[in-house]
Design a protein around this ligand. Structure first.
Ligand code: GRF
Length: 219
């Protein structure tokens, strides 16, 4: 695969990196025409860094402890990213809130995946909160990142049922399996130019997405 117009991406992580692995696998098997230029972590012990190195991808670490101030962290992160000139930033379990300045600098070029059916359940601990609320449906949402946390325009959602005897960890595993399908697909839509961020909204194939696309197999 690969061509001169291939989008190059930076993937930002803080932890295990199973979503990162899904990107690595999809780029490798050709279902995702995207070059992963670098994987950046804010934690040196993130297992995702091992996954990246095993795949021969450049890695960088911008440590939380070195930059307690959010603005200084984001400047260091932006400087690190600039070396790779990415056309897309993919937040994959990146557990640090980005400043408005950073988000504006990469406007329309940052994707995030949130483990809930946004706008329901923004924030942390979504799986337990979904169980506690007695929901019967849960899932994950890929969206563009804007300055409003977990509130940027939605792109693609994958749903899973909540089972009667679910625990947060069982439910999380089911959600993650869906994430590994929808996140590379959303990135593929962006990389092929079908998906755009315009006027603060998501656009697919030239039409504004009033509602996110619901995942039902291949797109
Ligand atoms: C994912 O469930 C994602 O929704 C959330 O963080 C988790 C990251 O998991 N933003 P992993 O590190 O990709 O395994």
């Amino acid at each position: 695969m690969g061509n001169s117009k291939q989008v190059s991406a930076a993937i930002l992580i803080s932890g295990n990196g199973t979503n990162l692995q899904a990107f690595i696998d999809a780029a490798r098997d050709g279902s995702l025409d995207l070059r992963i230029a670098v994987v950046v972590s804010n934690r040196p012990d993130a297992y995702g860094l091992v996954r990246a190195r095993d795949a021969g991808i450049a890695t960088e670490c911008v440590r939380n402890e070195d930059y307690p101030e959010r603005a200084a962290f984001d400047t260091a992160l932006a400087d690190t990213l600039a070396k790779y000139a990415p056309g897309l930033l993919i937040l994959a379990g990146f557990m640090r809130i980005l400043t408005g300045r950073f988000v504006r600098r990469f406007e329309g070029k940052i994707l995030n995946i949130h483990p809930a059916l946004l706008p329901k359940f923004p924030g942390l601990n979504t799986h337990q909160r979904v169980i506690d609320a007695g929901e019967t449906l849960h899932g994950s949402t890929v969206h563009f990142v804007t300055e409003d946390l977990d509130a940027g325009p939605r792109i693609l959602q994958g749903r899973v049922p909540v089972l009667a005897d679910d625990t947060a960890s069982r439910l999380s595993a089911r959600v993650q399996a869906v994430e590994h399908k929808i996140y590379p697909q959303a990135a593929a839509l962006f990389a092929s130019g079908r998906l755009e961020f315009k006027d603060g909204e998501s656009w697919l194939d030239g039409a504004r997405l009033d509602e996110p696309v619901q995942y039902a197999g291949e797109l």
